[in-house]
Design a protein around this ligand. Sequence first.
Ligand code: SF4
Ligand code: SF4
Length: 459
Amino acid sequence: MAVTEPKIETGHGNVVAESPGLQGFLNERDYEALVKCVHCGLCLNECPTYRANGLEPDSPRGRLYLIRAVSEGTLPVSDEVVDHLQLCLVCRACETACPSNVQFGQVMEAARHEILTHHSSRARKVLSWLFFRQLFPHPQRLKRIGQVLRLYQKSPFPRLMAWVLGRHLLPKKLERLALMEQMAPQLSARFFEPATERAPAQGERRYTVGMISGCIMPLAFAETNEATVRVLTANGCDVILPRTQRCCGALAAHSGDGDASADLARANIEAFEAFGFDNLDSIIINAAGCGAQLKNYGHVLQDDPRYAERAARFAAKVEDVSEFLARVGLTAPMGEVSRSVTYQDACHLVHGQKIRAQPRELLLSIPGLDLVEMRDASRCCGSAGIYNIVHPQMSMDVLDAKMENVLATGTDCVVAGNPGCLLQFNLGLKQRGHQPRAVHLVDLLDESIQKGVAAGREQ
Ligand code: SF4
Ligand code: SF4
C-alpha cells in the first residue's frame, strides 16, 4: 500500500519519517479505517486535548499520524508516542467532524490494545487485569467494595483530606492522590440489585424490554437505575433484568483490554438469550458509554464464528433510554417540575450514537421545566471513564472550559445521560462553591411522573 505522508513533529523533537507499507501494530481492517484520514484538519478544533495544549500530536490528525507511522514501522513505540495516545479522551468528537468518516474510536481502541499487550509495564498490566477482569465483571465484588467505600465516605477522613488539601499542606505527589480521592464517585446508599428479574408494566403492557444495569450505575447511581425501571414500567413496559448480566466492557475496551471486553460481550449475549432477546422490543441502557459499546458488539465479536451473528442481532436491539422513550412516546401522567436546567450532550450519546434531539425532546415534555442551552454542549467534560483519575490535570483543564459555559447559562443544574459526566459536573460545581446538582434525564422524568401520578390520585 503506497502512501505519501507529510512529516509530523511529535512535540518532543522526534519526526515521523515517510515510509509506506503495513508492518504490524494494527490489523488490516483497522489500518484501512485509519488511512481514510485525508489530513484536512477539520477535526482539530473539536478536539478537547488539542484545544487545551495546541499540540498537533494531541490532536486527532496527529494521533492518527502517530498510529500510522508506528503501524508502518517508521516510528518506534516510545513513551512519548504512548503518552500522546493515552492522553486522548476517546470522546469521538473528531468522528462527528470528520468528512472522511474516519472511525477514530475503533482505531484508538485497537492501538491501545496493542500498547497494553506489548508496550506496557508489568504494573500497568496487573492493574488492568485487576480492574477489568477481577473487579468490573463481577457485580458481587463491586457490591462488597461499595460497602467498604461507603463506610470510608461516611467517616471523617474525606473531610480531613479536603481540609488538608485546601490549605496546601500536602507535598505535590500526595496532592495528586488527594485530588483523585475527591474525584472518586459518591456512592449510592445501596447497590442496585432488583428483587425480581421482571418488573411488570403499570397498567396496559405496550412493550417488553430488557435493561442493562451497568457496573458503575448500580454502585454510584442506584437511584437512577431504580428511576429508569419506574419510568419504563409507568410507560407500559415489562422490564427484564437478567441477573447474570455483566458490565458492558466499555471501560476495558477504551483501556486496551479488548479480550476482556469481548468476554463481557459474550456473557451479556448469553444472559439475554436466556430470556429470548429476539422477542424483546428493545434492550435499554441509561449510560451513554455503555450504549455505544453495546451497539458495537457486532464489531467486537465479528471474528468469533460462534457469536458474530448473535452479537449483531443483540446490538441491533440496543437503545439508549432517551432514544427508546422518544420513539415510543410517553404515556404516563406528568406533573410539574419547576426547575431551570442545562443539558450536556454526553460524548458517547452525541458522537458515539448520534443522539442529540431525543433527550431535549423529553426534557421539553416535562411541564414547568426550563431548558437553557449552554455553548458547546457537545464538547467533552473531561470525565471519559477513568480518564479524570489517570490524567487529572488535562481532565481539570477540559472541565474548566466546560464549567464556564455551564455557569454562563445561569442554572446550576446539569442534565446528562452518562454517569461519568454526572460525577464530573458534580465535582466542577462543588469546586466552584455550588451545590452538586447534576442529574440524569430519567431522574427528572421520574420526578415528573411521580407528581403526575400523585395528582391523579388526588382528583
Ligand atoms: S477522541 Fe476526542 S480527545 Fe481523542 S482525538 Fe478525537 S476529539 Fe481528540
Ligand atoms: S477530520 Fe477526518 S480526515 Fe480530516 S484530519 Fe481529522 S480525522 Fe483526518
